[in-house]
Design a protein around this ligand. Structure first.
Ligand code: PMP
Length: 281
């Protein structure tokens, strides 16, 4: 397949990145994942704006408008212009001699790829998740390509035969290894505030807006791991996860088998409708 690398469309087999790239040596870069649906890229502008904001946060000067303008070229080269697909974007600080501090003259490395990918209409799977200590750093708002903390958490969830790791910092649930988490208690919806301890997911924001539209009370308030038994429902959100019902956290069972909570279901249905409305926005 074809990829975009530093201004050019090249065959993925021919695409070359220097071993001195700071993305490779330090994990010094930002990434983004978005999906194209039948009718356009879902919340494209929100994803690109988040990437631009993130690059700014870590001092990489790269104009995301260049990547934006090359997306149609990439999709055309991949014969995906009219097909559901996943689009991955990454910008690193570029190639330089290995010194920790920013190099004075590195040119950022920009890469994008697209792969066929179809989201289900509604995510029907009821997830089983496992909690563990959030051992990541204190800048989880940055969508950094350094994902070791997330990788180790997710791997631990996999070997425990669960679907996702739920991270706990100082007794409070922050987010999943690659998802945000919401709880429903007494018809009220809760999710961790968008601060430095979580990634402010685009899907998270969409769900917050849907709660407002549906007049479901929403609180950006972290839930204690000890308060799980007092909650009625839980669900995960993410670009590829969409809204996924959580059936079980550790030993706490919300529902057996395929049951999905009332509020979770309402939001899943509203989300599915939104996908049908949404073209490139
Ligand atoms: N939290 C983390 C740690 C993530 O990696 C992701 C997905 N990249 C999310 C939340 C969900 O974000 P989004 O809805 O923008 O995909």
């Amino acid at each position: 397949s074809k990829v975009f690398l530093n201004g050019e469309i090249v065959d993925s087999n021919a695409a070359k990145i220097s071993v001195f790239d700071r993305g490779f040596l330090f994990g010094d870069g930002i990434y983004e994942v978005m999906v194209q649906l039948e009718n356009g890229i879902f919340y494209k502008n929100a994803h690109l704006q988040r990437m631009q904001d993130n690059l700014k946060k870590i001092g990489i000067a790269h104009d995301i408008a260049e990547l934006d303008s090359q997306i149609p070229t990439l999709l055309h080269a991949c014969q995906l212009e009219d097909s559901p697909c996943l689009i991955y974007l990454q910008v690193t600080r570029g190639v330089a001699a290995r010194k920790h501090a920013f190099p004075s003259e590195a040119k950022p490395t920009a890469m994008m790829y697209a792969l066929p990918y179809s989201l289900p209409h509604i995510n029907q799977k009821n997830m089983k998740v496992v909690s563990m200590e959030d051992k990541r750093w204190h800048q989880c708002d940055i969508k950094s390509i350094s994902l070791l903390g997330n990788v180790l958490a997710n791997q631990s969830a996999m070997v425990q035969n669960t679907d996702e790791a739920i991270l706990v910092r100082d007794g409070f649930i922050t987010e999943g290894s690659h998802t945000n988490i919401f709880f429903v208690g007494k018809e009220k919806v809760y999710t961790h505030p968008a601060n430095h301890h979580i990634l402010d997911g685009i899907t998270r924001r969409v769900v917050i807006d849907l709660c407002q539209e549906l007049q479901i009370p929403l609180f950006e308030k972290a839930i204690k791991i000890d308060d799980i038994p007092s909650m009625d429902e839980a669900f995960l959100t993410g670009t590829t996860t969409q809204i996924a019902s959580v059936g079980q956290i550790d030993n706490h069972v919300f529902y057996q088998s395929n049951t999905i909570g009332k509020t979770t279901k309402k939001l899943q249905e509203a989300f599915a409708k939104l996908k049908e409305l949404n073209a490139d926005t």
